[in-house]
Design a protein around this ligand. Structure first.
Ligand code: NAD
Length: 335
């Protein structure tokens, strides 16, 4: 199978691309290697992919319409996984334009490429952030998510709406995955686990928002990759009642799917830090701070639909996942 993966130098993209290559798929990897965080880490992730003969490394910006048309025309992918995005909730308050450029214009270019080049299946990243200030737990994809509290969340919700439109109008099979706080080896330097680890090892205090009391459905990278692969492999079928000729008549029967992909085991931030302290053998000096604007209080994924439909089965407890992250961090940075 020839798969276009965007965001291949990213945390999730690199891990997914590696699994696809290892099982014998061809991967066309698109990334613009932007400097939102350490570019050397992104390059190091790519270095794990380049030895594979099935890997084609493409440097392009998904917001660049012509460049993306050329990628689709030249490589003709059968399936697409769109993971390139401007991520981060807090940064979306500082730099809102990046979210519109990549997450909206870029995503439109992906949808157009899929439509014009007959892509069989588009899987794309959404986020648990769409649940905003929702307090009814666990979160299900049937909850109302019309009240995003960050532009990042708004852009992800917009992706779901755009995907629905392309499914309904053009019969493009799409599957959106709402990721819940992904962590693990090769993780992101702007995310809590990475920041905490670095600061604790360097003897600096860590900022603990919401006084450490919020819960997050931390999900280990290997479980995420398994879930994405299973979703990608199973193409959404349109309901027989769906007709591309009359999309207005039955849009909800279009080949459109949307899932939570989480661990279904929320953990309080203070416990997560405790697990990290145990793995590092050091205590953290904590700056206890209030919840940040745009952050959501607790997250907890109902993953029953993904379990039923593709056999998703998250298996990694945080004790194991954090330990694996720490082992990778110490090895990668030699500390
Ligand atoms: P990441 O930042 O590590 O990876 C994104 C990659 O996309 C980066 O390598 C970046 O250089 C690339 N990129 C960004 N803008 C681009 C553009 N315009 N053109 C080409 N490449 C571009 O993030 P990640 O953690 O791997 O997240 C992957 C996806 O999952 C994102 O869509 C993110 O919003 C979503 N997500 C992640 C999490 C998480 O916990 N990691 C949670 C919810 C949703």
């Amino acid at each position: 199978m020839k798969v276009l993966v965007t965001g291949t130098a990213g945390f999730i993209g690199a891990a997914l691309a590696l699994r696809l290559l290892e099982r014998g798929d061809e991967v066309i990897g698109v990334d613009n290697l932007n400097d939102y965080y350490d570019v050397n880490l992104k390059k190091a992730r790519l270095e794990r992919l380049t030895p594979h003969p099935g890997f084609t490394d493409v440097r392009a910006d998904i917001a660049d319409r012509e460049a993306m048309e050329a990628v689709f025309a030249r490589h003709r992918p059968q399936r697409v996984v769109n993971l390139a995005a401007q991520a981060g909730v807090r940064y979306s308050l500082e730099n809102p334009h990046a979210y519109v450029d990549t997450n909206l214009v870029g995503f439109l270019n992906i949808l157009e490429g899929c439509r014009h080049f007959g892509v069989e299946h588009l899987v794309y990243a959404s986020s648990s952030s769409v649940y905003g200030a929702n307090t009814r737990l666990p979160f299900t994809v049937h909850d109302n998510v019309d009240h995003p509290v960050s532009l990042y969340a708004a852009s992800k919700k917009a992706n779901e709406l755009m995907a629905h439109t392309y499914s309904a109008l053009y019969g493009l099979p799409t599957a959106g995955l709402r990721f819940f706080t992904v962590y693990g080896p090769w993780g992101r330097p702007d995310m809590a686990l990475f920041l905490f680890t670095r600061n604790i090892l360097e003897g600096r205090p860590i900022d603990v928002f919401n006084y450490g009391h919020h819960k997050r459905d931390f999900t280990f990278i290997d479980d995420i990759v398994e879930g994405v692969l299973r979703t990608l492999d199973q193409v959404a079928e349109p309901d027989p009642a769906w007709s591309g000729e009359r999309p207005d008549a039955a849009t909800s029967f279009a080949p459109y799917r949307l899932y939570n992909i989480g661990n279904h085991r929320p953990v309080e931030l203070l416990h997560y830090i405790q697990v990290l302290e145990d793995c590092l053998g050091r205590k953290a000096e904590k700056n206890l701070l209030p919840l940040q604007p745009g952050d959501v209080p607790d997250t907890f994924a109902d993953v029953q639909d993904l379990m039923d439909d593709v056999g998703y089965a998250p298996a990694t407890p945080v004790e194991e996942g954090v330990e694996r992250f720490v082992r990778w961090y110490r090895d990668f940075y030699g500390v």
